[in-house]
Ligand binder design. Structure first.
Ligand code: HAM
Length: 408
């Protein structure tokens, strides 16, 4: 065993498996790019306060954050999620709304590692700020639903809820506190009813589950504008043919949500870690980070979980080959050097042999590369070989055209 291993709850992704990551991100970028979302790159760490402001009463912020003091004495936290960073950047730079951003980024949570739950995971996500039009909710949810479809996933279900807003939430919260005060709760939640009664709805421990069974639901306590908003969202999803089920107990793991919230579960994962993406509105978040009141909505989807779901459904396999041509050379190497460079210049993916190894060893490397074509440069002449054994002579002058034709 190597002396050093990747830290607990983290892992390395090496080729060829990493080609799936790459493809997933490229598909995502193209998909949301077509809807007008632009890439935002923000720091992997922020002032601790940024995250404290958005999730003071959540596990993600209270218990799982990687926070530390840097050498300049600043309190810093590794990003546990992407939304707070994007909204902090929005407040700092004030781009013209509507502001539509996408990202791919690592997130860090000190969780108990298990299948599908890591201490560093990666999300692709979008955030859209500047309008509370419910049709934006429809766009955001439908984009994620379509993305799973593009990957070939068929057994992903959408759970939809509304968490109300600053108008109707306080009364609901009070109703919930009143309800839970009369109940027996788990050790963790019995003293935290006031701090975040909604969390109890999400607690998996038996006393809390029993106590939640007949708890009041936000969906029955929505004010008129929230109800109208939610109705329009549902109508829009139905109009686009995006199936969903109402999940009035869906409570997301972060504090900032208002109105529409949603989560996609992969049935094929069949575990507690079946959430392959989730998100919702956060109409008060920009303001709580010191910006002007600005509504917003977005989602984050875990790349590792999505790939696990793809494995479970047998879709979106890792590409078997990442190169088109392998160049071998037993004449000294100059031919391989020039041919590989010339092929790459015209956009053909080419790899080559090194170390002046024997023809046999180079051929082995060529086969292992999975390339459908091999250029073999030998003292007897140049040959273009196909993986199926077919071969034809070629020359230094014609090899690029030859390869190009064969690949068409
Ligand atoms: P989240 O539900 O905490 O939301 O995470 C989003 C997704 O990231 C989850 O559905 C899951 O696929 C993946 N994920 C979360 N934690 C882990 C973990 N420990 N290991 C592996 N995968 C994980 C957010 O982070 C929000 N920022 C989403 C959002 C964007 N809401 C509005 N905009």
């Amino acid at each position: 065993m190597a002396e050093f291993q990747a830290p607990t709850g983290t892992f390395d992704v090496l080729p060829p498996a990493s080609a799936r990551y790459e493809r997933l991100v490229a598909l995502f970028a193209a998909h949301v790019g077509r809807a007008g979302y632009g890439l935002v790159v923000s720091p992997m760490f922020e002032e601790l306060g940024v995250f404290q402001r958005v999730g003071e009463s959540t596990d993600v912020v209270r218990k799982e954050m990687y926070d530390f003091e840097d050498k300049g004495g600043r309190r810093i936290a590794l990003r546990p999620e992407g939304t707070a960073s994007v909204v902090r950047a929005f407040v700092q730079h004030r781009p013209t709304p509507p502001f539509k951003a996408w990202y791919v980024a690592p997130n860090f949570r000190y969780e108990r590692p298990q299948a599908g739950r890591y201490r560093q995971h990666h999300q692709v996500g979008i955030e859209a700020l500047g309008t509370d039009d419910p049709d934006l909710d429809v766009e955001v949810v439908a984009l994620l639903a379509d993305f799973y479809k593009q990957l070939g996933l068929t057994r992903v279900t959408l759970k939809l809820n509304s968490l109300g807003d600053a108008q109707c939430r306080p009364a609901y919260r009070q109703a919930l506190v009143a309800h839970f005060t009369t109940k027996t709760l788990c050790d963790e939640h019995k003293d935290r009813i006031e701090a975040n009664p909604l969390r109890i709805l999400d607690c998996k421990r038996e006393p809390c589950r029993a106590a939640s069974a007949d708890a009041p639901l936000q969906i029955d306590h929505l004010c008129e504008p929230c109800k109208a908003h939610f109705d329009t969202v549902q109508h829009g999803l139905a109009d686009l043919g995006v199936p969903y089920t109402l999940a009035p107990r869906l409570v997301r793991g972060l504090d900032y949500y208002t109105r529409t919230t949603f989560e996609f579960a992969a049935e094929a994962l069949g575990s507690a870690q079946d959430a392959v993406g989730g998100g919702g509105r956060y109409d008060g978040l920009a303001e709580s980070l010191g910006g002007p009141p600005t509504p917003g909505i977005g989602f984050g989807a875990g790349i590792e979980r999505i790939l696990l779901a793809c494995d479970a459904e047998g879709v979106f396999p890792a590409p078997t080959t990442t190169i088109d041509v392998f160049v071998m050379d037993t004449t000294g190497g100059a031919g391989a050097r020039r041919t590989a460079a010339a092929l790459r210049q015209v956009g053909i993916r080419a790899d080559r042999a090194f170390d002046h190894r024997s023809w046999k060893a180079q051929m082995k490397a060529a086969v292992r590369s999975g390339a459908p074509l091999i250029v073999s440069i030998e003292p007897e002449g140049w040959t273009l070989r196909a993986a199926d054994g077919d071969r034809e002579p070629t020359t230094p002058e014609t090899v690029v055209d030859h390869v190009r034709k064969r690949l068409q």
